[in-house]
Design a protein around this ligand. Structure first.
Ligand code: HEM
Length: 157
């Protein structure tokens, strides 16, 4: 039980950071920076992303490692993932969150930086499209985090 308690603790720390970031970015950071001039806004987002991305990746490793170990202890192996159990659905959404989060944290910022307008020039349609894509993927991450928490509620209910 001590091992399970420690795994649970690690799992909850990891998911608090990961889900926390997934909720905070579209709810607070994005809207708060809307009023800032485009060059300064991009610098701020780049600085936040540079700081947040490695922290979120460590938390994802903690969630998956502790989650897999918990699955072995609580369910005696991975057979449960062959069934439509809420845990299975949760894990698939967590995998989707990982893929979307990787695009949001690494690839999209690079594409936005490459399309950024030079000082004094208007933003290109491609740049505006990428900005909208950033908001879209952030809200997709938000919805997936909320659904995972709903599944956790079902799992523990
Ligand atoms: C964003 C992703 C995730 C979140 C937010 C999350 C959250 C949680 C929470 C809050 C609990 C505690 C529930 C309770 O009180 O029993 C839990 C339990 C658990 N999680 Fe996760 N988790 C995530 C991903 C994963 C992954 C990827 C795995 C497996 C690979 C996993 C496996 C488990 C297991 C086995 C338990 C124990 C559940 C049970 O006792 O039935 N979780 N998770």
């Amino acid at each position: 039980m001590t091992l399970l308690a420690i795994l649970f603790w690690i799992h909850l720390i990891g998911m608090s950071v990961w889900v926390g970031a997934s909720l905070l970015m579209p709810l607070v950071v994005g809207p708060a920076l809307q009023g800032v001039e485009a060059p300064a806004r991009m610098q701020s987002m780049a600085a936040i992303s540079k700081r947040l991305t490695p922290i979120v990746f460590v938390s994802i490793v903690l969630v998956f490692a502790s989650g897999i170990w918990q699955t072995v202890i609580r369910y005696g192996g991975f057979g449960i993932f062959m069934t439509p159990h809420p845990l299975t659905i949760k894990v698939w959404i967590a995998v989707l969150m990982f893929a979307n989060g990787t695009y949001l944290g690494i690839f999209l910022p690079r594409r936005i930086a490459a399309a950024a307008p030079a000082p004094g020039t208007p933003p290109s349609p491609q740049f505006l499209k990428l900005q909208r894509s950033l908001a879209g993927h952030s809200w997709a991450q938000f919805v997936m985090a909320v659904v995972v928490l709903l599944l956790v509620g079902i799992l523990t209910g």
